[in-house]
Design a binder for this molecule. Structure first.
Ligand code: FE
Length: 423
């Protein structure tokens, strides 16, 4: 099926490069972008046009790191740092998700929020509980949003709590690989280690095997906090650094791998991050809330690492990707003050990270280049100050800084309009 849309079209095909096309046509065939045209193309002359007038079409946002089970804790407990926060908040709220009626309410609200903020694709770490993760799969499939999700393994008690035994972790992993491994294009199982101190060598070894066997992506955390790094050193003294532990267990770049935070990385770890199968999830709100530090984003972009943005709910407090973009820009400005050779990122670069940067993890996602999935948001700035002198890109820039979910009036994923989920 072919559809023809007309709108002001803005996308970022490369980091720092934005294409802004006023009143252009975009043809979508079988859910993918087939072409962009200044004038209505002859080949589609008989097709009706879906005309968005003066509204703006941008790619859907991609949030490549968040925790479903922590959603009820949004905005709570940010007075300490990571290890204290995990002890006092994260474990307890994830345990409470074993009550399925409660988890259902929380997950429905989470999915509604993803929809609200135009997050068309995401990486969602689940809890350790099998039934709670099944519920999350079902609700996501119902919503028609794109997500890689599933059980987060936490079978080691090095921080005082272990959520599960290694036997349960292994049995659940095998179940999810077989049941959800490649069940659907939109909602897919991702192998998630909570972080190195939360996993035994046994569960990490199995995840490494399953990743290759089922060709499944991997997700975890890296070098978020200095106490965490010291803990990893004490647990794995034979490895030269944090990243090499994942590599040693075949959880590093053998399939697509997302590592969140990557703040306090050594030169050797930065070299490991250059692997073409590694994506860095930059989570600026979380890093500020837990005083974790500022990721060297400019250095990573200079080194051509693949970087996307993550809300890191609930250490981050909002799924609002426009807010995450501005936080990434502002963090890079603070970093620049102490690293004068690392200039701040621009709004165009942040826009790329929120769309094509994170989207590249999922495939041809996050742009309107020919062959890309038509994941799109329609933006209406009806309630924003809108000078007639603004360029099309300046209008998007203003939406990023001043806009909110009210300005996102339509969402498309793979060519289909996605309506507000009704559960
Ligand atoms: Fe996280």
């Amino acid at each position: 099926m072919t559809r023809l849309y007309c709108a002001n079209i803005v996308y970022a095909p490369a980091c720092g490069e934005v294409v802004a096309l006023e009143h252009h046509y975009i043809a979508v065939e079988n859910g993918k972008v087939a072409g962009l045209y200044k004038d209505k193309p002859n080949e589609f002359k008989n097709l009706p046009i879906i005309d968005f007038g003066n509204q703006i079409m941008i790619p859907g946002f991609c949030d490549i790191h968040l925790h479903a089970g922590q959603f009820p804790n949004d905005g709570i407990g940010y007075n300490g740092q990571l290890m204290e926060w995990i002890q006092n908040y994260a474990y307890d709220v994830e345990q409470s998700m074993s009550q399925l009626d409660y988890a259902r309410i929380c997950y429905q609200k989470l999915i509604e929020s993803l929809w609200k903020y135009g997050i068309t694709r995401s990486v969602i770490l689940g809890t350790h509980q099998r039934q709670t993760n099944e519920l999350l799969f079902q609700l996501l499939e119902q919503s028609k949003l794109g997500a890689w999700t599933g059980k987060s393994v936490c079978d080691r008690s090095s921080t005082g709590n272990a959520d599960e035994t290694t036997e349960t972790a292994i049995s659940d992993l095998l179940y999810f690989c077989n049941t959800y491994g490649n069940k659907s294009d939109l909602v897919r199982f991702i192998l998630s280690a909570t972080y190195v101190p939360g996993c035994t060598p046994g569960s990490m070894e199995l995840m490494g095997i399953l990743a290759k066997l089922y060709n499944l992506p991997v997700s975890s955390h890296l070098c978020e906090n200095n106490d965490e790094i010291e803990l990893v050193k004490s647990l794995h003294p034979d490895y030269p650094n944090y990243a090499s532990v994942y590599k040693g267990f075949h959880l590093w770049g053998e399939t697509k791998t997302v590592m969140a935070h990557c703040i306090h990385t050594t030169e050797e770890e930065k070299e490991l991050l250059e692997d073409p199968n590694i994506w860095v999830a930059h989570c600026p709100h979380s890093n500020l809330n837990l005083s974790s530090g500022i990721m060297p984003l400019r250095e990573y972009l200079d080194r051509k690492l693949q970087v996307g943005l993550g809300s890191d709910i609930a250490a981050g407090h909002t799924l609002n990707m426009m807010s995450t973009m501005t936080a990434a820009i502002q963090c890079s400005k603070m970093y620049w003050l102490t690293h004068p050779d690392k200039k701040p990122i621009t709004t165009k670069e942040a826009f790329y990270l929120a769309t094509r940067g994170g989207g590249s993890l999922f495939g041809n996602i996050g742009s309107f280049e020919v062959g890309f999935e038509f994941d799109a948001l329609i933006i209406d700035e009806y309630n924003l100050y809108h000078s007639p002198n603004l360029s099309l890109w300046e209008r998007v820039e203003q939406f990023i800084y001043l806009g909110d979910d009210r300005n996102i009036v339509k969402r498309y994923i793979s060519g289909n309009e996605v309506l507000k989920p009704v559960f």
